[in-house]
Design a protein. Structure first.
Length: 756
């Protein structure tokens, strides 16, 4: 027998102990409906409160934010809801807000358990069980009913709601607890996909929190990444006598072993916490004692804006440690989108036995998690997603968003000489299956800053690099307590800080032989290698982001329109770039036999010491320029040069893991290069004007003083890594860095842009 509960009692003491399992945000959906002539039934399971649409009309009549059927139904109208997972149901909230005079007079709720296709489910199915008998409703109000044993005892996954006989209903919410996952008797093989032990879909729940001024912590355990700042957990700003942190305590769906955490700051670009810390405990029973002892699983870690952060556990945590509750602390305050704890549900006793060999999960590479070991080099979809402290400017006449100085070379390194070369490596394991990589040694590149930047290729979208790192101890040996493993997509490069131990170049490609640009300050230094206790790196079976692969690089110069007869400017037809035809303007970076000098390209800086210029790696998200169209003529009206330094551009790969981190850019894209030597008048010499097509698997270096058009990307956006020396750090420009010329009336040159 259902019992009516006062709304204020439900909201204040009951609601947040249960999951709103019927919400569309969890994946519930309407699969059938008898009639929704006036207002669509899908409105019933929206997560947001119903709003008034008074005075608004559509073709069928007045508009309502809810479900409304035709009049004069002799029996009842019905709707069938498919729940995202089987659940014990405890309460329903039937809301008639804004329906006054046209509300449903009575309602009833039924349920059944059904596996497989729902195509043939109907109102007349004999398996329906009544959870709420026909109950009278009032206008413009919420009605809370406790369902009793009938709803609590079974694991229901299909609901049916009756409006008797017809009318309108604003929202229907069913609250309960999803059936928790089955417990393993021992820890499964580590290539077994872990589950999110905090997810609302498996019965994870919030116990308490320090503050929820702007949005509740229950949002932390929802699926997906949300849609804006409103559907996360956000606290008030730090205030006097409130301390310097906020916290939330969560109960896992079951006791279990945790492998790693995900902390997501999506849609919190300016109000994310500076840092977070994660602790856990094991408590038997439902009550968490005040004097609970917490174990630190993730020490204080920096956070960044609008991104997912993946954190491995401290190396001191036993691999068979079992926990029941998690406490997340944020410093000093702010907003988060989601918290996930990936692991395996397992009974707390007897303790599972594991191999003593260390197994380290390879987690998606993120800027903040990699910060103790160096810098991540990548582009960002939003300028506000760039790491804090990185200046972002809009350049190249509005076509590029540039993240300045993502990695900086020291003066000592610049004196010794920074070089760029293309290298390759091979790895044989398939991404979709996961793999375990055995590691027996680490290397340290003689205290230098060494960067690896993936060169672009459409063949590499499902490829990745395993990056294993550790800090140095005071005696210079690897500190295995700091050992971590990351998974870098083909769109991410890394710059190792001096002294960082790593395993990167041997046996670390996922699927194929590919080119990679390497920047090393000292070509002559051989890496120092040490043998370590053997450990394995576990690669989770991630899936690449879906994308349509379309080639945008012509195999040769294509046809272009013939210019008008009165056009006196010579027409350039771009050549495909090679190290030979580009030699007088700079260097080509490519895994190609025609690369001279062993492929080693010097990065040149001739700034006087007092200028304070810095050699650094920046990354620009470059987009096609308006007016640059294949098969058309492009007027050259801009040319620039860098008198004090060479400038290296490397188109980066395009890749992303589905649902994790930055989405992959559209495939394809190439670089139109327009260059000229300096003339006797200290301006570009029109006789030397040349044009080239640079494919995305090739990089270039402009020699110091060579005139070139600002970056011209064709077809699709590219992330371009740029190695250069500049006085400006991005906050203010400096005339010494770049000299730009513009032709406003006559053009300097005309280029026949090749067709595909």
């Amino acid at each position: 027998m259902a019992t009516s509960i006062p709304v204020e009692v439900f909201d204040s003491t009951i609601k947040f102990s249960y999951t709103e399992i019927s919400s569309s945000i969890l994946g519930s959906r309407i699969i059938a409906c008898s009639d929704d002539f006036f207002a669509p039934c899908d409105n019933l399971i929206k997560p947001s409160p119903s709003v008034s649409l008074k005075g608004q009309f559509g073709p069928n009549g007045a508009l309502y934010d809810g479900w409304e059927s035709r009049r004069h139904n002799p029996a009842y109208d019905w709707v069938i809801i498919r729940l995202p997972t089987s659940s014990h149901l405890h309460y329903v909230d039937i809301d008639t807000s804004h329906f006054n005079g046209n509300e449903a007079p009575f309602a009833a709720v039924y349920a059944l358990r059904h596996e497989g296709s729902t195509e043939r489910l109907s109102d007349e199915d004999k398996r329906w069980r009544e959870l709420l008998t026909p109950t009278e409703l009032g206008p413009d109000r919420r009605h809370i009913f406790q369902l009793g044993k009938e709803g609590e005892e079974e694991g229901w996954n299909i609901l049916k709601v009756h409006m008797i006989p017809d009318g309108g209903m604003a929202r229907f919410r069913a609250y309960g607890r999803p059936i928790p996952p089955a417990l393993y008797s021992s820890i499964p093989p580590l290539d077994t996909p872990p589950i999110d032990l905090l997810s609302a879909l498996v019965s994870g729940r919030i116990i308490s929190c320090s503050d929820a001024k702007f949005s509740p912590p229950q949002n932390l355990i929802l699926p997906g990444r949300g849609h804006d700042m409103s559907d996360g957990w956000e606290t008030r700003r730090s205030q006097v006598n409130r301390g310097k942190k906020e916290w939330v305590i969560l109960q896992m769906a079951a006791t279990g072993v945790i492998r790693w955490f995900e902390v997501d700051t999506a849609f919190h670009p300016g109000n994310y916490p500076k840092e977070c810390m994660i602790e856990a405990c094991l408590v038997e029973g439902k009550i968490l004692p005040i004097n609970t002892s917490w174990t630190t699983l993730v020490r204080r870690q920096p956070l960044g804006p609008h991104r997912q952060h993946f954190f491995d556990l401290e190396r001191s945590i036993p691999s068979n440690a079992v926990f029941s509750h998690v406490r997340l602390s944020t410093y000093p305050d702010g907003g988060l989108k989601r918290l996930r704890a990936y692991g395996y549900p397992i009974a707390p006793s007897p303790p599972p036995l594991l191999s003593p060999k260390l197994n380290v999960p390879a987690l998606p590479l993120t800027v903040e998690a990699f910060k103790p070991y160096g810098a991540v080099l990548q582009g960002f979809s939003l300028p506000t997603s760039a790491p804090k402290g990185i200046n972002v400017t809009i350049g190249n006449q509005g076509t590029a968003s540039k993240c300045h100085r993502m990695a900086i070379f020291s003066e000592e390194e610049v004196k010794k000489g920074v070089t760029v070369r293309a290298v390759s490596s091979l790895f044989v394991s398939a991404a979709e299956k996961g793999a375990a990589v055995n590691v027996t040694h680490l290397e340290n590149r003689c205290g230098s800053t060494t960067a690896f930047i993936p060169m672009g290729s459409d063949d590499l979208r499902d490829s990745a690099q395993v990056v294993v790192v550790a800090n140095s101890k005071t005696d210079g040996t690897p500190d295995m307590r700091s050992l971590r493993a990351f998974l870098a997509t083909a769109a991410q490069g890394v710059a190792f800080s001096p002294g960082t131990w790593c395993e990167y170049s041997s046996g670390c490609w996922w699927t194929q032989l590919i080119g990679r640009s390497t920047i090393d300050h000292c070509q002559r230094c051989k890496p120092r290698s040490v043998v370590v206790d053997s450990f394995t790196v576990q690669i989770p079976p991630y899936s690449a982001s879906p994308s349509t692969i379309t080639s945008s690089t012509p195999s040769s110069s294509g046809p272009a329109p013939v210019p008008k007869d009165d056009d006196k400017t010579a027409l350039l037809h771009p050549e495909r770039m090679t190290s030979t035809n580009f030699a007088r303007f700079g260097h080509v970076i490519h895994l190609n036999p025609d690369v001279s000098g062993g492929g080693v390209v010097p990065v040149v800086s001739n700034y006087p010491l007092e200028a304070g210029a810095k050699m650094a790696i920046s990354v620009s998200r470059s987009t096609p320029k308006v007016g640059l169209v294949r098969g058309k003529i492009f007027d050259v009206r801009l040319m620039e040069r860098h008198p004090y330094n060479s400038q290296v551009f490397i188109p980066m790969g395009k890749a992303g893991w589905e649902g994790m981190g930055e989405e992959a850019l559209p495939s394809g894209g190439s670089f139109l290069v327009i260059v000229a030597l300096n003339g006797k008048d200290d301006r570009p010499d029109p006789k030397t004007l040349s044009a080239f097509i640079m494919p995305p698997d090739t990089g270039l270096s402009y020699s110091a003083g060579v005139w070139h058009h600002p970056v011209l990307v064709m077809d699709n956006p590219l992330n371009l890594a740029c190695i250069e020396t500049q006085v400006s750090d991005g906050r203010q420009s400096d005339d010494r860095d770049c000299e730009l010329l513009e032709w406003t009336e006559e053009v300097f040159g005309r280029v026949a842009v090749p067709s595909l």
